[in-house]
Structures are given as C-alpha cells and as structure tokens.
Design a protein around this ligand. Structure first.
Ligand code: AMP
Ligand code: GLY
Length: 425
C-alpha cells in the first residue's frame, strides 16, 4: 500500500527510515512525505501539501491511493486533521482533535486526571491574573505555572520565588483570554513512557529520557529537547507496569468512556516521585528526539503497528520487540537556538558520520540554491547510535558528531549523563 507521512523534523525522518523498511510497502507501495526534509527524501517521495487544508490532504489521499496516513506533529492533530481523514475513509495513525486535547489543553488533562484519580500534581485552573495571584497562597515555591494550549514546550514557567511567579503571571495574562494552570511542584526524576493504542488495546512502546535544557548540566532555557536515550532504565519494569496501570490505561479507558476514544501514540511525561510515578504531561505524538532512539531500537515492523492502531486491530499484535542495547541521540542545533537560530549554516561530513555506524536524522535542514545542505531550523541534525551500555552509545554518538562539519552548530556534550553516572556507580 501507499503511505503518507506528515511532518518534516527529526522525528519524521526516524519514522520515514523505519517505515521505508515496512512490509506494508512490499507490494510496490510508495512512501510519501509532506513537507519532509532532505533526509526524509532518501526514503520517501516529497510532496507539497498544506496540512491546514484538510480537503487538499484527503483528496491527495484519494488520488494517491493512500492506505495509511501517519501524522507526526501535534498541531495538525489538535486541528482535527485525523477526523477529516477518517471521515473520508482514510486509515490514519493519530488521535482525533477531541482526543488530542490531552496535549492541546493542560486544563483538559488535569481535569480528566482529577475525575479519574490519575496520579498527577495537585493544581488549580484560573482565568484571570487576580485569581492566579490569590491562588499562589495555596502553593509553595517553586511555583509551576502553565499556559493552557499548545506552546511548543515554552508555555511552562517554574518560578523559584513568589516575586518571579507574580511577574510570570502578569506576563502570561497580558495575552487576552489566557487560562493558567498552577501546579504543585513534583520532586523526582523525569522519564518518558510511550504507548500505542487503537482506543481499546494498549501496548507499551518503549521509554526514553529527554534533555530539555539547552546547556550541559541541564542549565539554561528549555528547548524541544537536546538529546535523548532509550530505554530509561530509571523507569524499571515494575515502575513502568505501575505507570501503565495507574496512568496510561485509566486515561485510555476514560477517553473512550467520555466519547473521545484515543488512538495513536500516547506519550506520558512522568515524574518518578517517592510516591510512585505521576503524570507531568501528555503528548499526543512521538517525542522529538525520543522517537529517534525508539526507532533505532525497534526491531519489528513499524508500519504494521501503526496500521493496526489505525484499523482497531492492536489486540492481534504481539508486544513490540526492542533491541536491549541502549540508543542515544545528540541534537546538533543552530547557533542561537532556542531564541533565534542562525539559518543557512553549511553542513558537511554526514557520510563520514554515518560511516562510523551512526544514523544521522535530519531535522531542520534544507538544500540551498546550489543544492548544498544547510541549516534551516533550530534543531538541525540528530546523531544517533547504539552500544552495549549508555556510555558506549554515548561514545559512539559523539564519535559521529566529531565527523559532522557544521561550524555554526552546537550540541550538548553530556547527553545521557544521569544513566552514565548510574552505570559507573
Ligand atoms: P510540561 O510542558 O508540562 O512537560 O512541562 C515542562 C517541564 O517543566 C517538564 O518536563 C518538567 O521538567 C517541568 N515541570 C512541569 N510540571 C512540573 C511539576 N508539576 N513539578 C515539577 N516540574 C514540572
Ligand atoms: N522532546 C520533548 C517532546 O517531544 O515533547
């Protein structure tokens, strides 16, 4: 069958790389991607499609005999693209607009957790600056303030003291119609758990640990993620089972019961507290760059799993097989990220990097007028490798990073540090 993959980041390059190996394409089927990127173009035919124009996407699917659409990023999901495709009879991997509220609205998710006793931080939801200031009395520092709505990871402020919290509240309410969630601060280590579901059946689909801050040692501003490794061993099998039973399963059951069945991948950001795993947030898509390390480890046929979710047949699928060896990815970002990344920086050496055995996934890359590869986004490349230990995977990834020639780029030098320290201990 033909498959259409939507998106053009490092996550989608990893998905394209894996989908290109799927038996679903064995009948002469083709993989299309929109918008894709120069790395994705190695595995898929790139097409121009406006994902905001649902009619255009559905007619492309009809004309191109697309048997499966895989939606990578959150924005088209929250915008209801999966609903439009399903209404047109197209199989799609990704939740409906209603179900994507799990990522699209922090308030929606907190209220759902409260209704169904799903462990998460205590919270209040406020609609005005005055209400927010009054609500601060019910919390202690550090204060966790979250704007409702999609914010590409930038809608969260952790204020160390009351004055900073008051300033942040004033800022957040300078936008008209804002809604704010104020949360209890949870202590612990974070881990990401992925589960795929068709709305009824659920399969755990790997774990990872992200590195959100821009600088070594987890300092500086938050980013979309500067690197990741998988599995997150801190999420032990027992803790993973607890998170599946106490958090993920009740969420999938609640969404179905409330008339918004969730199908697709559910990404649970967890805090491993002394009272067990608690939900930090849900995302309605694979993590970026967590997907890159999951795909490096996945031995099964990604396409078969995604199609089974789309067609409600997940019960018939065996648990996915992930290689036990850890995988680690280092994000090469353009100078200036996450504020104003420098565009157009030259990139070379990717063949040499891959000759070391690593996979280099493209995120924000483009070809310039002369056909040379250049930086075209904040996060530009994801240099991904595996090894017998996280330390070995880390060494392999950084060896490949050394082979990349990207003078206007930078990366963190300590991806995987928590797990490496545990391995060394
Ligand atoms: P979110 O966008 O909700 O994932 O928040 C971004 C980051 O802020 C998370 O990855 C955590 O590092 C941190 N964070 C969010 N909520 C809390 C909380 N209630 N307690 C402690 N840290 C939090
Ligand atoms: N890397 C974090 C995210 O995908 O949300």
């Amino acid at each position: 069958m033909n498959i259409l993959l939507l998106g053009g980041g490092g996550r989608e390059h990893a998905l394209a790389w894996k989908l290109a190996q799927s038996q679903l394409l064995a009948d002469g089927g083709r993989l299309f991607a929109a918008p894709g990127n120069p790395g994705i173009a190695r595995h898929a035919a790139l097409v121009t499609l406006d994902v905001g124009d649902h009619a255009a996407v559905t007619s492309f699917c009809a004309a191109g005999h697309i048997g499966l659409v895989v939606i990578g990023p959150e924005a088209p999901l929250v915008d209801g693209l999966a609903d439009s495709l399903r209404a047109a009879g197209v199989a799609v991997f990704g939740p409906s607009g209603a179900a994507a509220q799990l990522e699209g609205s922090k308030g929606f998710t907190k209220d759902l957790c409260a209704r169904h006793d799903i462990p998460t931080a205590g919270y209040v939801r406020v609609e005005s600056a005055d209400a927010a200031l009054a609500a601060l009395d019910r919390f202690t520092a550090p204060y966790v303030l979250k704007a409702d709505g999609l914010a590409a990871g930038k809608g969260v402020v952790i204020a160390e003291n009351r004055t900073d919290a008051e300033t942040a509240i004033a800022d957040m309410f300078s936008a008209a119609g804002a809604t704010l969630v104020i949360e209890e601060f949870m202590h612990g280590e974070e881990a990401s758990l992925f589960a795929i579901t068709d709305g009824t059946h659920i399969l755990p689909f790997g774990s990872a640990q992200d590195h959100k801050r821009v600088g070594d040692g987890d300092i500086g501003p938050n980013t979309g993620g500067m690197g990741a490794y998988s599995p997150a061993r801190v999420l032990t099998p027992a803790l993973q089972a607890e998170a599946m039973e106490a958090i993920v399963r009740p969420t999938v059951v609640a969404m179905a019961a409330e008339g918004m069945p969730y199908s697709g991948v559910l990404y649970a950001g967890l805090m491993l507290t002394e009272h067990g795993p608690k939900l930090v947030e849900y995302n309605c898509r694979f993590g970026d760059p967590e997907c890159q390390v999951l795909m490096l480890r996945l031995r099964g046929d990604l396409g078969e799993y995604l199609l089974a979710c789309a067609e409600g047949r997940l019960a018939a699928m065996p648990p996915p097989d992930f290689a036990p060896d850890p995988a680690l990815t280092v994000v090469l970002a353009a100078r200036g990220y996450p504020d104003v990344p420098e565009k157009g920086g030259a990139i070379d050496g990717l063949d040499a990097a891959e000759a070391t055995g690593a996979q280099v996934f493209h995120a924000g890359t483009a070809l310039d007028d002369a056909g040379a590869l250049v930086a075209a986004g904040g996060r530009v490349l994801n240099v991904t490798a595996s090894g017998a230990t996280v330390r070995e995977a880390q060494a392999a990834a950084y060896r490949a990073v050394e082979a990349v020639d990207f003078p206007s780029g930078f990366c963190r030098r300590d991806i995987g540090w928590r797990e490496v320290a545990r391995e060394d201990a």
